[in-house]
Design a protein around this ligand. Structure first.
Ligand code: 2AM
Ligand code: CA
Ligand code: CA
Ligand code: CA
Length: 262
């Protein structure tokens, strides 16, 4: 649709800058927002490009962006949720696994999402009710129902984030029964890979809306289930997420929440 075209072209334009900067990472200025929380001139430049492109196409709509924060806009019903560079730590280490994430929220509901991984040129996109795609291929979550054959993604709390002990307990439970657990450091791509059936499920705590908003609609439109892990919260704004194909969503939920019930 028209909105997806706007999002894809903003992502493509910002990606050209990111790819250039990735080739000369040592020239970027890096500052520290908090313990292990880095931001570079690549992040802020990409965010400026995305905001300018989206604003040009939809002048009245609002923004929620990782680096720039909130811009209400004149029409509060519509809002872009943007992470201009998801995976800054990978990027700064020369690891070609990072993405641009752009979601569109209408009246508090995510209605479209784009996640672009520029080095491998994988453009993930979805619109509510119309399915999820990678480039021009339709996506479907995996059909695996045996947890022993299932591969999961998660995020390890890094310095500055709480929760190492509960994380390690949950991790060892999943490790004990699954085919493996991966930690790639890019929430938006963990969700995109779950939508594509590469991962059978993904869970993480302590996330921000711009990490997950676009990826959530990818997984849902690919036939998967997405909820928060903390009861009574929503996965976009609540900070925790469990996304998987339907059988593994139930299996992971039982494994990861058994403590709370005990
Ligand atoms: P960022 O690169 O946009 O900051 C979930 O793990 C998210 O946490 C990542 O997608 C990443 O988004 C963010 N994050 C910030 N600092 C991190 C770190 N040191 N290691 C891993 N992820 C980090
Ligand atoms: Ca960041
Ligand atoms: Ca992020
Ligand atoms: Ca970011």
């Amino acid at each position: 649709s028209a909105n997806i075209n706007v999002m894809v072209s903003a992502a493509n334009k910002a990606a050209r800058g990111l790819v250039r900067d990735f080739g000369e990472v040592e020239q970027l200025q890096v500052s520290v927002k908090g313990p292990s929380d880095f931001v570079s001139t690549a992040d802020t430049k990409a965010e400026r490009v995305i905001k300018a492109e989206l604003k040009k196409a939809r002048p009245d709509w609002g923004f929620l962006m990782e680096e720039g924060g909130i811009d209400e806009g004149r029409d509060p019903r519509w809002r872009w949720i943007v992470d201009p560079l998801d995976g800054t730590t990978n990027f700064l280490h020369g690891i070609p696994h990072f993405a641009i994430s752009i979601a569109l929220e209408k009246d508090g509901e995510i209605v479209a999402g784009v996640v672009y991984s520029p080095i491998v040129d994988e453009m993930y996109w979805a619109e509510k009710g119309s399915g999820a795609f990678m480039n021009d291929r339709r996506l479907r979550v995996s059909a695996r129902r045996d947890i022993g054959q299932s591969l999961f993604a998660t995020g390890i709390p890094f310095r500055g984030r709480p929760g190492h002990k509960p994380f390690l307990e949950r991790l060892s439970k999943v490790m004990a029964v699954s085919a493996g657990v991966r930690r790639m450091g890019v929430a938006s791509l963990d969700l995109a890979f779950t939508a594509a059936g590469r991962f059978d499920g993904y869970w993480e705590h302590d996330l921000q809306p711009w990490d997950v908003a676009a990826g959530i609609i990818l997984v849902r439109e690919a036939g998967g289930s997405v909820t928060a892990l903390e009861p009574g919260t929503d996965p976009v704004h609540g900070g925790s997420i469990l996304a998987a194909n339907q059988p593994m969503h139930k299996a992971l939920k039982d494994l990861l929440t058994v403590d709370a019930a005990a």
